[in-house]
Design a binder for this molecule. Structure first.
Ligand SMILES: [Zn+2]
Length: 56
């Protein structure tokens, strides 16, 4: 799984860890973490319904 993630790990191309379907960005927001700004992505898999939140 780690190998798959690093192979597809570039921005805008996230793979679902459950079914390996390509995930879409359902929501994107600018947030503040420890005094620094980051972008929070909510990734959604349209195939199996898996959701993941990621902060960059
Ligand atoms: Zn999925």
């Amino acid at each position: 799984m780690r190998r798959i993630l690093s192979r597809h790990g570039y921005r805008g191309n996230y793979t679902c860890p459950r079914c390996l379907h390509r995930m879409v960005i359902a929501d994107k927001a600018l947030i503040q973490v420890d005094g620094r700004y980051g972008i929070k992505y909510v990734l959604h898999c349209p195939n199996c319904g898996y959701e993941e939140t990621r902060i960059e």
